[in-house]
Design a protein around this ligand. Sequence first.
Ligand code: AMP
Ligand code: MG
Length: 343
Amino acid sequence: MKTLYTKIVDLQSQQEEIEQAGQILREGGLVAIPTETVYGLGANALDGQAVRRIFEAKGRPQDNPLIVHIAQFEQLATLVTNIPESARLLAEHFWPGPLTIILPKADCIPSETSGGLDTVAIRFPSHPVARAIIRAAGVPVAAPSANLSGKPSPTTARHVLDDMDGKIEMIVDGGECSVGVESTVITLVGDHPVLLRPGGVTMEQIRTFLPDAQIDPAVEHKLEEGRRAASPGMKYKHYAPLAKVVMVEGNREEYVEYVNSQADKDVWALCFAEDEDKLKVPALCYGAQMDGAAQAKHLFDALRRFDELGAKTVFAHCPDRSGVGLAVYNRLIRAAGFTVVHL
Ligand code: AMP
Ligand code: MG
């Protein structure tokens, strides 16, 4: 593949850079875009050839479909075959924001974007720079997380540069992402709504509008051998640093005691803020025990830092699974490859 010089632009809303990003996207190029969830690697969602470049840059399996980003609700009707009442309700309450809705796809969505499925995932992000770039592009923007496939998702422009330098035309630096984990993904295609990936919009919030919404078992558990993944992304290893991550389930005292009992080995801790001082091994904390929002915001950066620090084994304290904590749990259990110590 041709080596590119990746231009980084630092802005909050400079019109000239936004226009340039829009033009690159329109012409089939790749731009990394700040969003409220994580940085996205954008291409024109209606251009199969441009979308193919996303898969090449990330090393992403081609059957793993992309999320299509829009900048106004009216765009939705052009991308799907019908909009059920349930989609209108969710859009009304959670768009723009960290929620992705899956619906039957319109013919204009190429199979590269939908991963060969007859459905498409749509999101209307709230980040002002993301919205300005999508508007400037004048096309819907397909954007998965802007990391190498399998690595922790990027929450800063620096993370994107580490993975994508020389592979994409531009990175737009919008600062640190506020949510820090990818969007909530819900499918409205079957008999009842099903949560395929937890994120910043919580299951509790969704159930206030769609009480019959269910959680796909693969959100919390390893996909059973031979079972078809409702969402292709569920079957792949994800979010993993080079270090071996072990999820530790237990209360704070048990966790501290367990980790300290391993202090003679070369291990690290990913802990709650309350416990950092009590640990006898080097540690990164990812938020207070009951602060799921802080944990979500810091998780991926911490996972990337373990690699920079040369950590080989990381004992991660299992988060509470309520609210946004379910998203934190879902990412961490995958980073751990479902290795759990129950205390
Ligand atoms: P990412 O682009 O890295 O944020 O991942 C998008 C996630 O949404 C992946 O887990 C995909 O498998 C999932 N996804 C996207 N489109 C669909 C779809 N049409 N049906 C089911 N899952 C989807
Ligand atoms: Mg991803």
